[in-house]
Ligand binder design. Structure first.
Ligand code: NAP
Length: 267
């Protein structure tokens, strides 16, 4: 029986992925900040809950050690993350630091904690949830984009580093998903000078989210990345994300940027 280790499994895509892999007969180590609050995954056979806040360096080391002692691990799914929206000058330094700590350093640190284990086994796969926001940008999401573009570039570099040892790394880059991402999980900042741009941005986001994928649909892409045996880095997930990424590749960076920006900034 194969095992997947998941971060941010309490909700949204992380939980949907835990349930899908469980259904497919995998052993699942579902990590979350507050496992004592979980009421669903704790009832599933072959699903083990472990506490993990990906911003807590010491807890990462302890939880990864515990997980490796529990069973062999085949896949690490770095999924924990949240959105931060607002003009840069409207964000506090704490907001910026927490976003980078969670979405970027969290993934780097969890991965690093597993590398010696995968390298010695000469086998293992890291999958990280990035975003279409790691391949294109919206206004007012600069720090979120810094984390997700960061993960895309970091993963590309890590693939060279890890492939030599029989270890692989992939990204799943979803478009909009119907989760708490734009609801309770979203952190925001504001500044009156950016009000019109903010309203346009939220109107565009609302239109995009009306076509959002379900977390179950994106979990299927995680499953594909986990099981297709391909040495492929990037899995763009969701029809919205695929269309936008295709448009960017076809138009090239500069034309895409100018065209895409019109909806927020005017012609
Ligand atoms: N929804 C979208 O439209 C969308 C689009 C592209 C990419 N994504 C990415 O998809 C991933 C999953 O988000 P989602 O849409 O499923 O949103 P979600 O429903 O809000 O779930 C986010 C998960 O991340 C966890 N989390 C947040 N901070 C954490 C931390 N410090 N340590 C451990 N876990 C933490 C949350 O745990 P708690 O329950 O403890 O808060 C929750 O389990 C994120 O990386 C997000 O950036 C989402």
């Amino acid at each position: 029986m194969k095992t997947i280790f998941i971060t941010g499994a309490s909700a949204g895509l992380g939980k949907a992925t835990a349930k899908l892999f469980h259904e497919k007969g995998w052993n699942v180590i579902a990590t979350m900040r507050n496992p004592e609050k979980e009421t669903e995954l704790n009832n599933l056979k072959n699903v083990t809950l472990l506490a993990l806040d990906v911003t807590n360096y010491g807890q990462i080391q302890n939880t990864v050690k515990k997980a490796i002692e529990l069973s062999d691990i085949d896949i690490v799914f770095n999924n924990a993350g949240y959105g931060l929206i607002g003009p840069l000058e409207g964000l506090s330094d704490d907001q910026i630091t927490k976003q980078l700590d969670t979405n970027l350093l969290g993934v780097i640190r969890v991965t690093n904690a597993f590398i010696p284990y995968f390298r010695e086994r000469k086998n293992g796969l890291f999958i990280s949830t990035t975003s279409i926001g790691g391949l294109i940008s919206f206004p007012l999401g600069s720090v979120y984009h810094a984390t997700k573009w960061g993960l895309e570039g970091w993963s590309e570099s890590m693939a060279y580093e890890l492939n030599t040892f029989g270890v692989n790394i992939k990204t799943v880059s979803p478009g909009a998903i119907k989760t708490e991402f734009m609801g309770g999980s979203l952190d925001t900042g504001s500044k009156p000078e950016y009000e019109e741009m903010t309203n346009n941005m939220f109107a565009s986001a609302e239109a995009m989210f009306s076509m959002a994928s379900t977390p179950e649909q994106i979990a299927e892409v995680v499953y594909e990345a986990a099981t297709d045996g391909k040495n492929k880095l990037r899995y763009v997930a969701g029809e919205d994300a695929k269309a936008l990424y295709k448009q960017r590749l076809e138009q090239g960076d500069e034309i895409f940027r100018a065209e895409f920006g019109k909806q927020f900034l005017g012609a």
